[in-house]
Design a protein around this ligand. Sequence first.
Ligand code: RUQ
Ligand code: CUA
Length: 664
Amino acid sequence: MKHWKKIIFVVAVVAGLVAACSGGPTATPEGATGIPQDAAAVAAQRGLTPADITAALKTYTPSGQTDPYIMFASGGQGGQVLVIGVPSMRILRLIGVFSPESWQGYGYGGGGDKVLAEGNVKGKEIKWGDTHHPGLSETKGEYDGQWLFINDKANARVAVIDLRDFETKQIVKNPNAIVDHGGSFVTPDTDYVIEGPQYATPIGWGYAPLSEYKDKYRGVITFWKFDRDKGRIDPKQSFQIELPPYWQDLCDAGKGVSNGWIFCNSFNTEMATGMGVDGKGAPYEAGTTQNDTDYLHIINWKAAEADFKAGKGKDINGISVIPLETAISDKLLYFTPEPKSPHGADVTPGGEYVVVGGKLDPHVTIYSFDKIQKAIAAGPTEKDTFGVPVLKLDDTKEAQVELGLGPLHTVFDDKGYAYTSMFLDSAVARWTLGGPYADKHPEQPWTKVQSLPVQYNIGHIAAAEGDTASPDGQYVVALDKWSIDRFANVGPLMPQNFQLVDISQTGDKMQVLYDMPIGMAEPHYAQIIKADKLKPWQVYPEVGWNPETQSVDPNAVKAGSEKVVRNGKDVEIWMSVIRSHYTPDLVELQKGDHVVWHLTSLERTPDATHGFAIPGYNINLSLEPGESQTIEFDADQDGTFPFYCTEFCSALHLEMTGQMLVKP
Ligand code: RUQ
Ligand code: CUA
């Protein structure tokens, strides 16, 4: 259909549906149990209101059409990343990151095992992660669609995902932190991936009793250097800064005018240590919320980088740590008060302001980077307990906007609005930015415009291109923590609810369009990128591709060169894989053999994926077209083991099998 014809058609359908819903005539007769075939009758039968119909038309994505945006959401305590189309809210992919995923052959014998093993903690295999904040790589403050980083709060690790094949390539374990939280966020050109801390512990894993909390416990923020050419974090070029044992929380990198700085909110400046063994202390939730203010951490990372390069850091567990005294004396670190149990620190698109929510404060507080710089230049007159200079709130604050209960995180659009998740209110608050953003919207600057109810208890909020220097507008997604009654009952462990919100109109016209249940774990944050910025491969570039090195593997198998070579107890196998055959299809082993098995998919057809499962040996691979993988194991069980393909790849998929015979 031509474009204009399409528009007329849509308008006609909507007009018809609206008439139907407001009691107009329904056109098509329907059977008692059947689905009516006329749009108006469908709407009538399903009880859809005109608003429902408009919402449906904004999200419905016909078969075969793709989404203009892709959302990368953390998979929470499932340890993965979810890839979701927006506005259809269809799950497109799950990326195994910190947890093995058998269906994608991640952690079951193939290349992913190595990546997962990098995440071992002091030699101990950790089989899960608590992914919080995905961070897309940026060039000049814009998502560039090349890399995705994500942190594991539970074990203080950061992973690197290559967006050419959407696979995890690296996990780095923070050598000096037990847990983390305020990561991963990138600096505007992805020089560094930031991993902020959370619960303070002695730096470098040492033991110290809680009575020595103030002296021995510390926060540590990590600047992981990202090497784009290698596609890896380079721990040798990375550094850390020692911080007071407040609980640093969310961080964001400055950009534009504030490039070179980062900002982290914090809580527990009370340094509460809980009720203790005698139960006489204040419980954590009370102890950490006594103060009226905590500290926004203002960190000059470019100056810190210069200190690191000048060798001013101390080596602790193989990474350079800039001591707190140096951070103070070299003017790397400043504080300014932030009201009542702060959470979230979000930098505006141009870098002019930092927005901080207060979990127990009805306002968001907006800090001006310009004022912060002036206050620093004027020379701060106050210090915290550790000697960190404290800038007065009145000197750094640009505005406070009263939004309601439980403001947490803030994202931005192209119309000079900010959107804050209201945890206690279960709402998305839209409010106006001032300064250079003031003439983009019709309202007064720094005022609330709308509070849109969502269901329920929203944590993070994500906006289209929201963390870039030029957000798109159109959509935000509310990442609701609770769903209660929004979906059919599936037992007491309920899904999370992602609610898609249309923010394309100015004023108080935000509208919830769609509820998307997330029936696995609790995603925390998400980022939404324009789909056309992603350029993933459909098939690996060449046959024999090793996804770890992103090049052809020296052990790649060509058709006709398949073989089995025995050398004493060492057996090496070169196997090719193509619809619908493994060559060779018989492998004979002796119990006790050490086996190195190379497999190469010769496929060039998109989506012609083969699996490779060996029963009883905990092995399952996913071989995407062109992919080469190597597995290594001891044949420690004798018997007959039919190996087979786990992806339904062709009419003769069930015949895609072979035998591994292990003689006793
Ligand atoms: S947190 S609900 Cu891990 Cu990002 Cu704020
Ligand atoms: Cu190959 Cu099924």
